[in-house]
Design a protein around this ligand. Structure first.
Ligand code: FAD
Length: 387
């Protein structure tokens, strides 16, 4: 039993940590995030320059390679400073390199992966619909109809993060109205955002502000047959195996937030004074710090366990659900304690605790709600499906 990362990954972690401290420090991230309606292109460009968009893409396609452990290390280190803005890297990595890399044809890989690796192509995920994200399949009203040379898509999507600055949408639509079951008859499309008939509108929200999350209206949008990913009508069967990877990445982002919260809380209690000494001598604050450190360690152990199992090709379905659950609840609870430790400064836009809290609040809801995650865990214990 070895709970430590391999040497190669530890070395990568050190390089990324130095890069983060020099290039994307917390003060800078705070300013970017506060600028609610402006997408941080500078951040995207910094990722391009250092080659992070190519992590997870094989060298054959211009990428840097890197297994799930490497992606986990990168996600954690980025989130320590960037909080939710780490998704600026994560969305295209997940929607773009994973989807094309896993379901794409040889031509699609050859065309799109080098562009993604070079930071020349941004993607967004357009799955959720206004009628519901948890019951995604039951609520899905977006349709794709076969037409000459391709498909015609009509419908509405919501919460598609960074869609307003994306070149392509990874979009799921109902392509066979006569399918017997709701997880059948679905197709995955790679839709250019400049196609006529697409209207994208950013929405106001609590956190992850400058990233932009959008509603998308699709009216008679033509998508050529060569931009279907994988086999038509089989999208759900293709997507299911990738969900564990997504949960592991969310776990890594949450752990990054826990790292950021702990170091900021420790710094603060060592220099802030009350009643003639530093506030770090008060037992109640020491207990908060001890709780945050314990949440950090348990999240780290669970994350390393899941990522290692996934990298070895083993089934990690239930544990990845458990990881997503504890990581998001720990990160958000720790950020809340962090605000308390900093007192009024924790509520101030001049420190990062409020940003960590707002950003990590999302991970209890998306990409899957913690209620739904708990449903899955309970079912794995033999209990009947409750919905
Ligand atoms: C900032 C932000 C960014 C996002 N980015 C993206 C993105 O890039 N792409 C994308 O496709 N989506 C994105 N999402 C959508 C996200 O994945 C959904 O919000 C999430 O899946 C929940 O769906 P919903 O909001 O429709 O809530 P609902 O499904 O309406 O759920 C409402 C409540 O009912 C509960 N509930 C529903 N069914 C059950 C059940 N069976 N048992 C117990 N409780 C249940 C839920 O847990 C929740 O508490 C984003 C959302 C936000 C807020």
């Amino acid at each position: 039993m070895d709970f430590e990362l391999p040497e190669e990954h530890l070395a990568f972690r050190d390089v990324v940590r130095r890069w983060v401290d020099n290039e994307v420090p917390k003060e800078w991230a705070r300013k970017l995030e506060a600028d609610e309606h402006n997408y941080p292109f500078e951040l995207w460009d910094k990722f391009s320059e250092v080659g992070f968009h190519g992590i997870g893409i094989s060298e054959e396609y211009g990428g840097q390679g890197g297994d799930v452990l490497m992606q986990m290390v990168l996600a954690r280190e980025l989130a320590r400073s960037l909080g939710g803005l780490a998704w600026i890297w994560g969305i295209t990595s997940f929607a773009g390199s994973k989807s094309i890399g896993i379901y794409g044809s040889a031509e699609q890989k050859k065309k799109f992966l080098p562009q993604i690796a070079a930071g020349e192509l941004r993607a967004a995920i357009a799955f959720t619909e206004p009628a519901g994200g948890t019951d995604l399949l039951g609520a899905m009203g977006t349709t794709a109809e076969r037409v000459d040379g391709g498909w015609k898509i009509n419908g509405e999507k919501i919460w598609s993060s960074s869609a307003h600055v994306a070149d392509y949408l990874l979009l799921i639509a109902r392509s066979d109205k006569n399918a017997e079951k709701k997880h059948q008859g679905l197709t995955l499309f790679w839709v250019p955002t400049n196609t006529p008939g697409i209207k994208i509108t950013p929405l106001a929200k609590l956190g992850m502000r400058s990233m932009g999350s959008c509603s998308i209206h699709l009216e008679d949008v033509f998508v050529p047959a060569e931009l279907v990913l994988g086999e038509p009508h089989k999208a759900w069967y293709m997507l299911l195996p990738t969900l564990n990877n997504e949960r592991i990445m969310v776990g890594a982002f949450c752990l990054g937030v826990l790292d950021g919260v702990l170091e900021d809380a420790l710094d603060y209690v060592k220099q802030r004074k009350a009643f003639g000494g530093i506030i770090g001598r008060f037992q109640s604050l020491q207990h908060y710090i001890a709780d945050i450190a314990t949440m950090q360690k348990t999240t780290e152990l669970m994350l390393n366990f899941c990522a290692d199992k996934q990298a070895r090709g083993e089934n990690v379905g239930v544990e990845a659900n458990m990881l997503k659950l504890i990581a998001s609840e720990n990160a958000n609870k720790a950020a809340d304690m962090g605000i308390q430790i900093l007192g009024g400064m924790g509520y101030s836009a001049e420190t990062d605790m409020q940003r960590y809290w707002r950003d990590s609040r999302l991970w209890r809801i998306g990409p899957i709600t913690n209620e739904m995650v708990r449903n899955g865990i309970a079912e794995s214990l033999g209990l009947p499906r409750s919905f």
